[in-house]
Design a protein around this ligand. Structure first.
Ligand code: PBG
Ligand code: ZN
Length: 332
């Protein structure tokens, strides 16, 4: 039969897709994608000092904690069923060598040690990037007004090593310098941290959706922008090159960032690579939902669960999201 003949027969009238949507049980039975607590990573911001819990104006519900209060926040996250976190450090002192980024007594190593002492089975991932530690706010070393790729590599490797030495399970480089995954892997292995995994922000776009984060992490560049190292939002095929390169260098997991405007890229990596794919539901994505929800323009719970499910459906097994802790509660 030709397609036209099929269309003309009674078969067309037998295809009632609503049949499988008739009840919650049936919908559960045929559901293709299920979000679970195992999929989620909650980011936390950690500052120096003690007894600090500072709100971030553009990210309602998210705070910057000193290590002591971070421990309390992590305990609540744990209690909600949280299994993995991602730490961002904000140092007291910035300089042009990012010295606090790789200090053994830096704010992130301090936080890792405290968390691991109390919650040894909570998975701890750390962001590895220089921007919050540099006076100029760029993700690498600046020389002669440009961001120098190769001068940045040893610093990034040292930073990852400091996190691993403090007990991090996963290090997550987000700087977008070329070859940093290989350098970080080599540095870890040489120092016997062969078991520490690398989650590479392999495909990170130069995105306006990072706006609220830069307030949170105090990491806005004080000249220029990040377009010479982060990817052009218009490019999809380049994402495959970036991700393949990082896998070759030793990345265990590759991440696409941001998530929502780049779900085609998530789907592409899922099809073409054999490592787990992660997606970062970034600050701007979070803030837009929170702002609309605060005005009762959208149903926050429904929008968040739909969004996270869509990221998983596109192909991300792992989702980093500021909504993670709320989602855990809603998934119960
Ligand atoms: C730092 C870094 C950024 C984010 C994660 N790591 C910001 C940036 O590149 O400017 C963004 C996270 C978010 O927006 O939630 N390299
Ligand atoms: Zn950075």
């Amino acid at each position: 039969m030709t397609p036209n003949e099929i269309r003309d027969t009674k078969y067309e009238r037998r295809n009632r897709y609503r049949r499988l949507r008739a009840s919650p049980t049936l919908r559960n039975l045929v559901r293709e994608t299920t979000l679970t607590p195992d999929d989620l990573i909650q980011p936390f911001f950690v500052v120096e000092g003690s007894n600090k819990k500072e709100p971030i104006a553009s990210m309602p519900g998210i705070f910057r904690y000193s290590p002591d209060l971070l421990l309390k926040a992590v305990a609540a996250y744990r209690k909600a069923g949280g299994q993995a976190c991602l730490l961002f450090g904000i140092p007291n002192k910035k300089d042009n060598a990012a010295s606090q980024a790789y200090a053994a007594a830096g704010v992130v190593p301090k936080a890792i040690r405290q968390i691991k002492k109390e919650f040894p089975d909570l998975l701890v991932a750390t962001d590895v990037c220089l921007c919050a530690y540099m006076t100029h706010g760029h993700c690498g070393v600046v020389k002669g007004g440009v961001i120098d790729n190769d001068l940045s590599l040893p610093l990034l490797a040292r930073m990852a090593l400091a996190h691993a030495a403090a007990g991090a399970d996963i290090v997550a480089p987000s700087d977008m310098m070329d070859f940093r995954v290989g350098r970080i892997r080599a540095g870890l292995d040489k120092n016997k941290f062969t078991g520490v995994a690398i989650l590479s922000y392999a495909v990170k776009y130069a995105s306006a959706y990072y706006g609220p984060f830069r307030e949170a992490a105090d990491s806005r560049p004080n000249f220029g922008d990040r377009k010479t190292y982060q990817m052009d939002p218009a490019n999809q095929r380049e994402a495959l090159k970036e991700a393949e390169q990082d896998v070759t260098e030793g990345a265990d997991i590759v991440m696409v960032k941001p998530a929502l405007a780049y779900l085609d890229v998530v789907a592409l990596l899922r099809r073409r690579l054999n490592v787990p794919v992660a997606a970062y539901n970034v600050s701007g994505e979070y803030s837009m939902v929170k702002a609309a929800a605060a005005k009762n323009w959208v149903d926050e719970k429904a929008v968040v669960l739909e969004t996270l499910t869509s990221i998983k459906r596109a192909g991300a097994k792992i989702i980093v999201s500021y909504h993670a802790q709320d989602a855990l509660r809603w998934l119960k």
